[in-house]
Write a protein that binds this ligand. Structure first.
Ligand SMILES: Nc1ncnc2c1ncn2[C@@H]1O[C@H](COP(=O)(O)OP(=O)(O)OP(=O)(O)O)[C@@H](O)[C@H]1O
Length: 336
């Protein structure tokens, strides 16, 4: 195991920001620490880098404890939300800083800087002043600077959250491609599930300083371990049901969940787990919000109020009657 984090606890005075965190990261793997604001993600990342003193626990690389290894000798690269570039130097000098710090001979700098700029999609930007870069370009330069010394672990703390939505999505896709192509081992902090799912192989969900669930992104998404994780991953309605031979019967109807074990289960419904259809449960729209590719609804049923979706073209308003049907794609089993 490249990185192993064991029972790491961090206190700020009497407040416990991270409690007994355990994580493993294999070579070439990308792990996202995902959680709401204040859940302790940055604190855990900082503890791993050595920037934050730990009250208990160990951080090891290839089995060797890093307690006595100072931050700059850990061989880790760091990228923060605002790239923290040196404003008075040009792009090439910012990237070469990392090379100088690691004793790369000066004669090799220009070639390596050009390679790194090519890698982050900014070929030819060497002489550009960093004050003349867009937010997205600045983050690419920060990434190139962090990668310059070929770190054994790249740590990214909300690297895209200072950017506007469209750019963030594009940069997340580019970054995911770069991490996979270059087989970089990386730990990413984010509060954005889309970003975590685009970039990471595995995800650890934090809440109130504790890792609630850790696993492959797909399995955490499909099988959240508890209600806290489920809510954070977009589940808004919980529904008891009884599974028999891969079909779960509930008060809202039956739905196929092939791997649900027979017996009582708890379903978690994301908004698109209930869709407007020609047939189904009757209800009344109490709120409708038009989004780019669908309409989000709040619908009052006979016994409860639920979230649901309709196609973008649906012209629905509060007071309209609708019928809802369960869609397995938006339904998880919680706490299996
Ligand atoms: N230097 C500090 N001194 C005291 N408390 C702190 C300090 N840094 C963070 N905290 C507290 O520790 C908790 C965890 O903070 P942390 O920054 O790790 O959360 P986070 O999940 O990264 O949140 P965000 O996404 O908002 O950055 C928060 O309640 C925060 O207020």
């Amino acid at each position: 195991m490249a990185l192993s984090v064991r029972d790491v606890t961090v206190h700020y005075g009497s407040f416990t920001a991270v409690r007994e965190a355990r994580l493993d990261l294999a070579d070439g793997e990308v792990l996202a620490l995902l959680g709401p604001s204040g859940s302790g993600k940055s604190t855990l990342l900082r503890a791993i880098t050595g920037l934050e003193p730990m009250s208990a626990g160990t951080v090891a690389w290839d089995g060797a404890d890093l307690a006595a290894v100072p931050v700059h000798k850990r061989g880790f690269g760091l990228v923060f939300q605002d790239g923290q570039l040196f404003p008075h130097r040009d792009v090439a000098a910012n990237i070469a800083f990392g090379l100088r710090m690691h004793g790369v001979p000066r004669a090799q700098h220009a070639k390596r800087v050009a390679e790194l700029l090519d890698l982050v999609g900014l070929a030819g930007f060497e002489r550009r002043r960093v004050t003349e870069l867009s937010g997205g370009q600045a983050q690419r330069v920060a990434l190139a600077r962090a990668l310059a010394p070929e770190p054994r672990l790249l740590l990214l703390d909300e690297p895209l959250s200072g950017l506007d939505a469209g750019l963030r999505e594009q940069l997340a896709i580019d970054l995911a491609e770069l991490l996979r192509r270059s087989k970089i081992t990386a730990l990413l902090v984010t509060h954005d599930q889309e970003e975590a799912f685009t970039l990471a192989d595995r995800v650890a969900v934090l809440d109130a300083g504790e890792i609630r669930q850790e696993g492959a992104v797909g399995s955490v998404w499909r099988r959240p371990a508890d209600e806290v994780v489920a809510r954070f991953l977009g589940v808004s309605t919980f529904l008891p049901g009884t599974a028999e031979s891969g079909v779960v019967g509930t008060e809202l109807g039956a739905v196929a969940v092939p791997d649900a074990p027979d017996g009582p289960v708890r379903l978690g419904l994301r908004p698109h787990g209930l869709r407007v259809a020609a047939e189904g449960l009757p209800g009344e729209v109490t709120a409708a919000v038009h989004r780019r590719d669908h309409v989000r609804l709040v619908v009052r049923l006979a016994e409860s109020t639920v979230d649901a979706v309709a196609p973008a073209a649906a012209d629905l308003r509060a007071g309209d009657p609708v019928r809802l049907t369960l869609d397995p794609d938006g339904i998880t089993v919680v706490g299996l």
